[in-house]
Design a protein around this ligand. Structure first.
Ligand SMILES: Nc1ncnc2c1ncn2[C@@H]1O[C@H](COP(=O)(O)OP(=O)(O)OP(=O)(O)O)[C@@H](O)[C@H]1O
Ligand SMILES: [Mg+2]
Length: 335
């Protein structure tokens, strides 16, 4: 058996870090929200990387850095081998076209005064010199690919259901044939029956276009359906990274175990609220403030396996270079 050569990753982040300067009041000292700390990951073309973790762990911050909507504090975002963080503005502009976003709330991402067709054509009008007729032809073709009908082209967003509107948002994101779509909780606002349809659409589109996804979700049942690889985050840091099957079958990090322990597997109907409750019951203690995260392992204050050494060192993701890594110095003992 010959090994397949590794393709250039469509996305790499290298030690990606984002801090937000905040002052919580007139008398309060300014502080730094450490939203993202030292996040390194890699995604192969045409694959799906899911990012999971509790509210506030930095998922959307990661999404915004990858989509080049913000400038990271340090570290880099590399798209198809090209560094987006240090490149000149022309390079960044070109890269921005190849990375598109889909947001949780399709109401917010569509202009209510603009007909759907125009919303679809807009990325082409801005970024290409295609004629009006060509733009419309492509817009209509994309509408069909996301399962909407031609008469929808001249309608306004308010005439669509949530699921249909998310289909439009997905269509719009694909108009420039991006290599990567960052989807931040794309189905969380939808009814459960509609969630499955939109997830299936995303998977079908990946198969036909080869687009890669960074898929952000609270919902492990959804992640189990759609992901190839999974990254588990806590307080801005990666706790564990693994191929999906390994993560669900043999989680290594105590935080991942806590998340999985009481998660409704394969039962998407219970959704996020159930996961949030499950995570709370499996995890004791409060989530620390990202203004002053614990020293060493950020999870140690809630970890049943924590020992003195956990406060001293930030655990590296180990074993180094492996496909399945966890940031826990006791992962072998507690296995
Ligand atoms: N612009 C900002 N200014 C200050 N703090 C911010 C800003 N954006 C995010 N944060 C903080 O950074 C941390 C990470 O937030 P982020 O929105 O990335 O989390 P999340 O994992 O997406 O959460 P959720 O699941 O609720 O969407 C939080 O503590 C948040 O309050
Ligand atoms: Mg978020």
């Amino acid at each position: 058996m010959t090994a397949m050569p590794n393709p250039t990753p469509v996305l790499e982040t290298r030690a990606l870090t984002k801090h937000y300067a905040v002052s919580s009041g007139f008398f309060a000292a300014p502080g730094n929200v450490r939203a993202l700390e030292d996040v390194s990951l890699s995604l192969a073309p045409g694959r799906t990387l899911a990012v999971v973790g509790e509210s506030g762990c930095g998922k959307s911050t990661l999404a915004r850095q990858i989509a080049m909507l913000e400038t990271p504090t340090s570290g880099s975002v590399v798209i198809g081998g090209v560094d987006a963080t240090s490149g000149d503005s022309a390079t960044r502009r070109a890269l921005r076209k190849s990375v598109q976003m889909v947001f949780q709330n399709p109401f917010a991402s569509l202009n209510p005064r603009k007909k759907i067709g125009l919303a679809l054509e807009e990325p082409l009008a801005i970024n290409t010199d295609l004629s009006r007729a060509e733009r419309e032809a492509r817009g209509r073709a994309m509408l069909a690919r996301v399962g909407l009908s031609p008469e929808h082209y001249r309608r306004y967003p308010h005439m669509f259901s949530g699921g249909q509107r998310q289909r439009v948002a997905i269509a719009r994101a694909l108009m420039l044939e991006p290599r990567l779509v960052v989807a931040d909780e794309p189905v969380s606002a939808l009814d459960v029956s509609i969630q499955a349809q939109v997830l299936n659409l995303l998977m079908d589109l990946q198969e036909s276009t080869g687009v890669a996804y960074v898929f952000i979700s609270h919902n492990l049942a959804v992640v189990e359906l759609i992901a190839d690889e999974v990254v588990v985050m806590y307080l801005g840091r990666v706790m564990e990274r693994a191929p999906k099957a390994e993560l669900f079958a043999a989680p290594r990090h105590p935080y991942t175990r806590a998340l999985l322990a009481s998660t409704p597997r394969v039962d998407a109907s219970r959704g996020e609220a159930a996961l949030a409750r499950a995570a709370q019951s499996a995890l004791s203690g409060e989530l620390p403030s990202p203004l002053a995260p614990p020293s060493g392992c950020v999870f140690r204050t809630r970890c049943p396996y924590a020992i003195g050494r956990c406060a001293e060192v930030v655990p590296p993701l180990e074993p180094a270079g492996a496909a399945h890594v966890a940031a826990c110095i006791r992962q072998d003992e507690i296995g």
